[in-house]
Design a protein around this ligand. Structure first.
Ligand SMILES: NC(=O)c1ccc[n+]([C@@H]2O[C@H](COP(=O)([O-])OP(=O)(O)OC[C@H]3O[C@@H](n4cnc5c(N)ncnc54)[C@H](OP(=O)(O)O)[C@@H]3O)[C@@H](O)[C@H]2O)c1
Length: 331
């Protein structure tokens, strides 16, 4: 059946300005790293995307290698986009990336101009798009000169294949250099996409300060630590969960669900309940409490998880006492 978006979709979402740019992103964005590949059920993927857009999530994040197999998340998104979202293209911010291994030979990985330009051309074909809104370099490349990688991002914007550019997983010093080069080229960096959750707080030690100083937005990935910071692992590893399904490509496995983590998750869960939230909602609110964060980039294996996670927006404020208690638990 033809999809008609919910007419109330902009009522309950908060939109935050991305750094010093003119672009606003929803406080919660949806990523297609897992659950949108050929090993997944297309109808479920479609329902997740529809529910997200119906709830005001205007930003979908992809990469060339999402799936599995690599490329299939973009292809499946392309199918759903063609059926459902084409009339809404101008209401959507669609991003993709290149930087991890994608095809054989010396031109299908890292950060050369050859790889980035060719990869985005492939991504646009798979998704059936004329352009993406944001194109990222997915990870720093220790061998390619930063000038070459940043010049490739600038070129892609000048070619009209992306409107904005970003970088992902760059450490503070290398991010700062990249911002400077991009600024000189006339294509300022829109956004940085780092890993950030209660279980991984590295961005607090320098990166967020640099982003604020340079007017660059921040969209943390895996804010739920791939599902650990929810109530699903309180009693061990449930069947069908990401940790139980061996999806590969960086997905968590059983070894990461340690007794120590479960003990902390239980304490955090008690605290969340006291705040009138579930743990997923508290973990997302805890990231969004910092105004330097533009959006949290969640994943979901079913529509209900999106609805649940969006509940974080009902309470983003933390007392000093609550923050201290969280620091204690995470110590
Ligand atoms: N730039 C990069 O290098 C990079 C790397 C990784 C990810 N990313 C981006 O970040 C996005 C999000 O990453 P992520 O999927 O790891 O994020 P996440 O939000 O930390 O984890 C998502 C997973 O947690 C579980 N979950 C989500 N909401 C839940 C809820 N309310 N209650 C219970 N369980 C819930 C689901 O797992 P189950 O399958 O167990 O249900 C879901 O697939 C990706 O899609 C991608 O766009 C970027």
């Amino acid at each position: 059946m033809n999809y008609l978006a919910n007419t109330e979709r902009y009522k309950n979402m908060e939109y935050r300005r991305c750094g010093n740019s003119g672009l606003k992103l929803p406080a919660v964005s949806l990523g297609l790293w897992h659950n949108f590949g050929d090993i997944d059920v297309l109808a479920n993927a479609r329902n997740i995307l529809r529910l997200a857009f119906d709830s005001g999530i205007t930003h979908f994040d992809l990469a060339n290698n999402y799936g599995p197999p690599a490329g299939s998340a973009e292809e499946n998104f392309g199918k759903i986009f063609k059926d459902d979202f084409k009339p809404y293209r101008d209401e959507l911010i669609i991003s993709t990336k290149a930087g991890w291994g994608m095809w054989e030979g010396p031109y299908g990985d890292w950060g050369s101009k050859k790889y980035l330009v060719a990869s985005l051309d492939q991504s646009l074909k798979r998704m059936g798009l004329d352009y993406v809104d944001i194109f990222y370099h997915h990870r720093p490349d220790p061998e390619t000169p930063l000038e070459e990688t940043m010049t490739a991002l600038d070129l892609i914007v000048r070619q009209g294949k992306a409107l904005y550019v970003g970088i992902s997983s760059y450490l503070p010093a290398e991010a700062e250099k990249a911002f400077k080069i991009l600024k000189e080229l006339g294509t300022p960096c829109l956004i940085h996409q780092p890993k950030y959750s209660m279980f991984d707080r590295w961005v607090e030690y320098g990166l967020l300060d640099i982003l604020e100083q340079d007017g660059v937005g921040c969209i943390p990935f895996s804010p739920l630590a791939q599902g650990l910071l929810t109530n699903k692992y309180l009693n061990g590893i449930p069947e069908g969960s990401r940790a139980a399904t061996h999806r590969g490509n960086g997905a968590i496995d059983e070894n990461e669900v340690t007794e120590d983590k479960i003990a902390r998750i239980r304490k955090l869960n008690d605290l969340a309940i006291n705040r009138g939230q579930d743990l997923a909602q508290m973990a997302l609110a805890w990231i969004l409490r910092d105004k330097r964060i533009t959006s949290v980039l969640i994943g979901a294996s079913r529509p209900q998880q999106v609805t649940d996670s969006l509940g974080c927006l009902n309470n983003l404020a933390f007392s000093a006492d609550e923050l201290n208690r969280i620091n204690e638990i995470l110590k």
